[in-house]
Design a protein around this ligand. Structure first.
Ligand SMILES: O=P(O)(O)OC[C@H]1O[C@@H](O)[C@H](O)[C@@H]1O
Length: 304
């Protein structure tokens, strides 16, 4: 069995580290955009087992890239295609919120399940869907948790013993519980009302729990940043002595960073799931462990 990783240039560094860890070659997928907006995709040499390393932030072109890469790889002899999408797109659109609205989660799941044999992701945003298997009918799907890795990183950074781990809404309760349990910290979860894509309102039922403590704000996704900013402001209003944030997926544009600072957030650390300047938590071990059984005896080669 031969195994290789294929990645886009934007994630070559992360993919190269993973390739070295697994002892498999890493090849780049080239993309060309035609004047009419269509794209051409050129894959590297196909291996019998190919791992497509493709975080699905800014996803629309990337979904087409998977479609075209799968066509080329299968034609060139790939018999097993594994999608490693450290961030999985469209998981939040899991019901029809308005009459006639597409359930994007379902559509994307069915599309990908028809193209690849296995999907691996991290902290998929599954709140009304019980398991990732429901999203990807007929194939294996693994939703890895970044929380143990985040907990280990936090333990190394020596948190103040009074630190309180805070989640911005009820959806964050599982991560908050897991993380607070792993690092042995107090915890609190806010109530959130979303008024629009960028407008949210955050309140704490028991602000006295927060007063006088450094807060560690935890979330899976920061996209518009509205949730993080509103939560930081509510924490500081409740008397938190400082606010630092640790998130899994940093989807916001880096030019927004001054807005977080202005809201009183001292630092933001994210996991290496999408390319981002706040990335500080490396998930190589998590990915290598999940992919161990996909790896044959192929010798490592340089990035081509
Ligand atoms: O407020 P923004 O950053 O746009 O969106 C991210 C938030 O929206 C939720 O679904 C996520 O879990 C996170 O709390």
């Amino acid at each position: 069995m031969t195994t290789a990783i294929q990645c886009l240039a934007s994630t070559a560094d992360d993919a190269t580290r993973l390739g070295a860890r697994l002892g498999v070659p890493v090849h780049r997928i080239a993309q060309h955009r035609f004047p009419d907006g269509e794209i051409a995709v050129t894959v590297g040499p196909a291996a019998a087992t190919t791992i497509l390393y493709l975080p699905l932030d800014q996803p629309n072109d990337k979904l087409l890239t998977i479609l075209f890469a799968a066509e080329a790889l299968r034609r060139d002899g790939c018999s097993r295609l594994v999608l490693l999408a450290p961030y999985l797109c469209y998981m939040r659109q899991d019901i029809a919120f308005h009459p006639g609205e597409a359930i994007s989660q379902r559509a994307v799941g069915r599309l990908l399940a028809g193209l690849v044999d296995r999907v691996i992701t991290v902290d998929a945003h599954l709140h009304r869907t019980a398991t990732l298997g429901e999203v990807f009918p007929g194939i294996v799907a693994n939703d890895l948790s970044a929380m143990p890795v985040i907990a280990a990183a936090l333990c190394q950074s020596r948190l103040a013993p009074t630190t309180i781990v805070v989640g911005p809404d009820s959806e964050s309760q599982p991560w908050v519980d897991t993380l607070a349990g792993l690092i042995g910290a107090h915890s609190a979860v806010a109530r959130k009302i979303r008024h629009g894509d960028r407008s949210v309102e955050i309140a704490f039922d028991d602000p006295a729990r927060i007063a006088g403590r450094p807060a560690l704000l935890i979330d899976d996704i920061v996209s518009s940043g509205g949730t993080l900013i509103a939560c930081a402001q509510a924490l500081l209003a409740a008397g938190a002595t400082s606010v630092d944030a640790v998130i899994t997926h940093a989807l916001f544009p880096p030019k927004m960073l001054p807005e977080f600072t202005a809201a009183g957030i001292s630092s933001i650390r994210s996991a290496h799931t999408v390319p981002h300047p706040t990335n500080a938590i490396v998930l190589d071990d998590l990915f290598a462990e999940a992919l161990r059984d996909e790896v044959g005896a192929a010798p490592p080669e340089a990035l081509t």
